[in-house]
Design a protein around this ligand. Structure first.
Ligand SMILES: O=C(O)CCC(=O)C(=O)O
Length: 323
C-alpha cells in the first residue's frame, strides 16, 4: 500500500502540496479516512434497495426460488447470482442514481480534493458505476485499462479524476484494485482490445495486453472502509478476482472541468457541481437524472428482455476499428 493521506474520519480534508504532487506523479492517490463508515451507510442502504427490487422482479419472473431477504448486504446478491447467473451484472447496469449516491458524488470533501486537481469549476462526468463484485464472478473482474479508453477520442487530454470508493476494506483477496504507478506519464492512450467473452458470457470490457502496458510498478491498493482512491484518466488499473465470500461493493465517480472535452458519446453530458462564479450554486440533479435515464433507456432498448445482461457501447466501435 502506498500514497496514503491520513485524516480524522469524516473530517474536512485539504491535501498537502506533496499529496497533490504525488497524485500527479503516480497517477493516483489514496486518501484514508475521508468518510466515517457510518456516513456511507445510507448509500449502501440505497444500493441494498436496488438489490431488493431486482430480487422481487426475478422472483416474480420465476428466475429465483427465494428473495434471499434473510441475507445481509454482503451476501444477498451472491445467493441471487448463484440462482440466476447475471444478477450481479444487472445491478451494475441498472442505471439508477439515487439521492444518497448523488449526495456522495457532490460531497464537499470529494469536490474540495478534486478542486485541488482540476481547479474551481467542477462537473460530474456521466460515467459512474456501482460495482457489484460477487465472489468468483469473472465478468465483474475488470482487466487492465485506462478509463479514457471507454470515451470518445480527444478526451484523454482532459484531466478527469476518478474516485473509487469501496464499501468494505478492499484488498488483494476480495477483488481490490491494482494501479500501474506512473503509467499515465507517457500521456497517451495505449492500445486496448475487446475482451468479447468471459467463459460463455459476453464481456463489454476493454483490456490492455500485458505487452502493451506502459512502464510502471504494479501497486495493490489495500484500503480501509472510508478511504478513497483517486485515479488519473490515463493511469492503467485493473481489479483482482474476488476470492472472499463477500460481495465487494464499490462505486466509481468522475469529475472534470465542464469547459473541456468530456468524450461522452450519446450519454447525458456532464453535470455542473461547482462554479467559481457562483459560490451559492446548487446542483440541478432532477434535470440531469432525467436526461441520464433517457440515455440509459435508449441504450437498454436493445432488447425487450428486462433481464438481458448485454452491454454495448461506442467504446467497442472505437477499439474494433483500431484492431
Ligand atoms: O471496481 C472495479 O472492480 C473496477 C473499477 C475500475 O476499473 C474503474 O473504476 O475504472
Amino acid at each position: 500500500m502506498t500514497a496514503t493521506a491520513m485524516t480524522a474520519a469524516g473530517g474536512p480534508r485539504t491535501l498537502t502540496q506533496a499529496e497533490v504532487q504525488r497524485y500527479f506523479d503516480d497517477g493516483f492517490l489514496i486518501v484514508e479516512n475521508l468518510f466515517d463508515p457510518a456516513e456511507l451507510q445510507p448509500v449502501m442502504d440505497e444500493i441494498a434497495g436496488i438489490v431488493d427490487d431486482l430480487a422481487r422482479r426475478l422472483y416474480a419472473a420465476g428466475k429465483v426460488s427465494s428473495l434471499h431477504a434473510d441475507k445481509d448486504f454482503f451476501h444477498r446478491l451472491t445467493a441471487l447470482e448463484n440462482e440466476h447467473n447475471g444478477t450481479a451484472v444487472l445491478v451494475h447496469i441498472n442505471g439508477w442514481l439515487g439521492p444518497h449516491m448523488a449526495r456522495l458524488w457532490s460531497d464537499p470533501r470529494l469536490l474540495d480534493i478534486v478542486q485541488q486537481f482540476i481547479g474551481p469549476d467542477i462537473a460530474g462526468h456521466p460515467v459512474w458505476n456501482i460495482r457489484s463484485k460477487t465472489p468468483d464472478t469473472r465478468l465483474m473482474t475488470v482487466p487492465w485499462h485506462q478509463d479514457t479508453a471507454y470515451l470518445g477520442e480527444g478526451a484523454e487530454t482532459t484531466l478527469q479524476p476518478t474516485a473509487w470508493i469501496p464499501f468494505l476494506d478492499a484488498n488483494a483477496i476480495n477483488g481490490g484494485l491494482q494501479v500501474l504507478r506512473g503509467g499515465h506519464k507517457p500521456g497517451a492512450v495505449v492500445r486496448h482490445r475487446l475482451e468479447n467473452t468471459v467463459g460463455d458470457r459476453k464481456s463489454w470490457y476493454l483490456y490492455i495486453d500485458e505487452n502493451d502496458l506502459p512502464p510502471g510498478d504494479i501497486v495493490t491498493c489495500e484500503m480501509k472502509l472510508g478511504s478513497v482512491l483517486f485515479l488519473n484518466q490515463l493511469v492503467p488499473h485493473r481489479s483482482l478476482e474476488n476470492r472472499s465470500d463477500k460481495v465487494r461493493w464499490s462505486v466509481d465517480l468522475r469529475w472534470q472541468d465542464p469547459a473541456l472535452p468530456n468524450g461522452d458519446q450519446g450519454g447525458s453530458g456532464t453535470i455542473v457541481m461547482r462554479k467559481q462564479s457562483d459560490p451559492a450554486f446548487t446542483v440541478d440533479w432532477d434535470a440531469w437524472a432525467a436526461k441520464q435515464r433517457d440515455a440509459y433507456k435508449e441504450q437498454r432498448g436493445l432488447s425487450g428482455d428486462a433481464f438481458d445482461t448485454t452491454v454495448e457501447g461506442k467504446w467497442m466501435d472505437r477499439w474494433r476499428a483500431a484492431a
